[in-house]
Write a protein of this length. Structure first.
Length: 173
């Protein structure tokens, strides 16, 4: 069975669905906050032209998702499945960002729980690449069970840490 890169995932607090072109304004409203990108390797992603490029690449990726808060049906962020590898039985989850109003609570954990549960229907391993200076995201991945397994340079020559969660260790119930 092929990996479904753009599922619709729902829980009590979130809905995750395929990103659409008409999501740009609502998602940019979230992404225009410079503090979201403060530790990210692309720290200028809050700028309209930079975010437009990111958004267009997300649409073209075939794996981008938009995240809404079910309490008020507002867009609160985005994430993506990428790099499905049948032979290695792995997929990457990445490009995730959430509105600061939804930091530090249940929303990121719930988003990752939904995405991991979906991924583990198809693969044994989920990979996360996190910028070396993005301490906030590194801690978030570790909180959900990610183990740092190495490093790699991104296309711009910047170091990223590689984290992995194995299906056998998945316990975000």
């Amino acid at each position: 069975m092929p990996f479904e890169l753009q599922p619709i995932l729902k829980s009590e607090i979130l809905e995750v669905r395929p990103l659409r072109a008409d999501d740009f304004e609502a998602l940019y409203e979230v992404a225009s906050d410079p503090l979201i990108w403060e530790q990210h390797p692309d720290s200028d992603r809050y700028k309209l032209d930079v975010f437009r490029k990111f958004f267009d690449e997300a649409l073209q990726s075939g794996g981008a998702l938009v995240v809404t808060d079910r309490k008020n049906d507002r867009v609160i962020g985005s994430s993506r499945f990428h790099g499905y590898d049948l032979v290695r039985s792995e997929i990457e989850i990445g490009w995730t960002f959430l509105a600061r109003s939804h930091w530090g609570g249940a929303h990121n954990r719930e988003l990752k729980r939904l995405m991991l549960a979906h991924a583990f229907k198809f693969v044994d391993n989920v990979i996360f690449f996190v910028g070396a200076n993005n301490l906030r995201s590194q801690r978030a991945v570790e909180k959900i069970g990610g183990t740092r397994i190495g490093t790699k340079l991104d296309p711009h020559g910047r170091e990223s840490f590689i984290f992995r969660i194995r299906r056998s260790a998945f316990s975000l119930q």
